[in-house]
Design a protein around this ligand. Structure first.
Ligand code: LLP
Length: 418
């Protein structure tokens, strides 16, 4: 499942001792396993081999250049959500004809950049956006390839903030409007509408929501086709859940078994957008214990990483396993693991039984490879931490820790204040 394991009571990433990385790089930092990333990508590819889908890695989950390069090297396409992500994908030498672009708020500049780049598909999330793409394409003398992102209005049992397939959410286009757009295609001469996209949410552990949504989408595609519309692509999104604690998510193979019969015989070109499944368990966040504080009511393990580095626990009440990088025989105590930030929401765990640790000890926050570094911030004027990649017995910093001067870049005092 992943390549973080204990050997002689020490945590290793592949063949690298995590403590050695900490010694060289300083804490806190993110550590990624190349092998885990590659294995997870190949697992999906193998499971869906009969359909030969285009797997567009959702780089929003982890946009580190080394991660992108690794996946592009394995043949992955990229799912992007901004002009910035597009530029980074191109830096990683992603093939433009394997890039798909979602986002409810694409700007004219982003649309123009994507058109000039020649991406495979815009996953369009509203009629006004389609009009904007048509207008910008006209100005540039280009024709855009478009899939309509359908909102199938199905529930997805996951955190409220990361469900997307209900009409109470901003994402996608309702079926009635989508049908209307298809019928009015002639109004958009610079656009070829030839696909459907659906993504119902993230960290979905069971198969049923995907099956329900896809059946609905396939019925819709059937209706459109019977009305003479041409549908070439179906992008089935991402959303596959992973193990953080004791979840029993469907495997890639089970997902394929659930989904492939629904798509069989449709002659659709299938696109997938997994993010978390590929990188989630392929990364850890390593932080050092600074102080222990016991106020008589609670015991706090205060570490040098904070919610600015990894916001998932406080934003989604997400569980991340925490393990000392060196296993000890010391008994466990119930503690809060907290950071240095000036907020009570700055925590990695509440009331967690943890082996007794002391100042200087290293802790690994597990399953931090997805939506970790990418959601970090400079809150409290803290530089973003380093990111490190391991392959076999080698490791290298792939993103340097931000220095104070990086944080001050572009910030000036106006003349009327000086
Ligand atoms: N495709 C689209 C259109 C998406 O919006 C997303 C994720 C994905 C694919 C990839 O989903 P995945 O396979 O990673 O579940 N920050 C949250 C997750 C936000 C997901 C946003 N969209 C978290 O930390 O849980």
């Amino acid at each position: 499942m992943h390549d973080f394991h204990f050997k002689h009571n020490e945590l290793y990433c592949e063949d690298v001792r995590v403590a050695d990385v900490a010694h060289k790089v300083g804490t806190p930092f993110y550590l990624y396993s190349y092998k885990t990333i590659a294995d997870h990508f190949l697992k999906i590819q193998r499971a869906f081999a009969p359909l030969s889908p285009l797997i567009c890695y959702a780089m929003k989950a982890n946009g580190n250049l080394a991660v992108l390069k690794s996946l592009v090297g394995l043949g992955a396409g990229i799912d992007i959500v901004s002009g910035g992500e597009l530029q980074k994908a191109l830096l990683a030498k992603a093939d433009p004809t394997k890039i798909v672009f979602a986002s409810v708020g694409k700007t004219d500049e982003e649309i123009a950049l994507a058109l000039r780049t020649g991406i495979l598909l815009f996953n369009v999330e509203s009629q006004p956006e389609l009009e904007a793409i048509n207008r910008v394409a006209h100005t540039l003398g280009k024709r855009a390839q478009v899939a309509l992102r359908i909102n199938p209005d199905v529930p997805a049992p996951t955190h409220e903030y990361i469900t997307t397939g209900s009409l109470k959410k901003k994402f996608g286009i309702d079926l009635r409007t989508a049908r209307h757009i298809f019928k009015q295609q002639a109004k958009y001469p610079q656009v070829a509408i030839n696909g459907i996209h659906v993504h119902i949410g993230s960290q979905i552990t069971s198969g049923a929501p995907f099956v329900g949504a896809l059946k609905k989408v396939m019925r819709f595609i059937g209706e459109l086709r019977s009305e003479g519309m041409r549908i070439e692509y179906l992008d089935i999104g991402g959303g596959l859940g992973i193990i953080y604690k004791n979840e029993q998510p469907q495997t890639a193979a089970e997902y394929a078994v659930n989904v492939m019969p629904i798509l069989a015989g449709s002659k659709l070109k299938i696109i997938m957008e997994p993010g978390r499944f590929i990188v989630g368990n392929a990364g850890i966040f390593v932080t050092k214990v600074l102080y222990i504080k016991d106020n008589g009511v609670k015991k706090f393990v205060i570490v040098d990483g904070g919610m600015n580095d990894l916001i998932r626990p406080t934003l989604y009440d997400a569980y991340h396993e925490i393990v000392p990088v060196k296993k000890t025989t010391a008994g466990k105590a119930k503690v809060d693991v907290v950071g240095p930030i000036c907020e009570s929401g700055d925590f990695f765990a509440h009331d967690r039984p943890l082996a007794k640790v002391g100042p200087g000890d290293l802790l690994a926050v597990m399953s931090a490879g997805a939506y970790g570094y990418v959601m970090s911030s400079n809150y409290n004027v803290r530089g973003r931490c380093a990111e490190v990649m391991v392959k076999g017995n080698r490791f290298e910093v792939t993103k340097k820790k931000e220095e104070f001067k990086d944080l001050m870049k572009g910030e000036t005092v106006p003349s009327f204040i000086k």
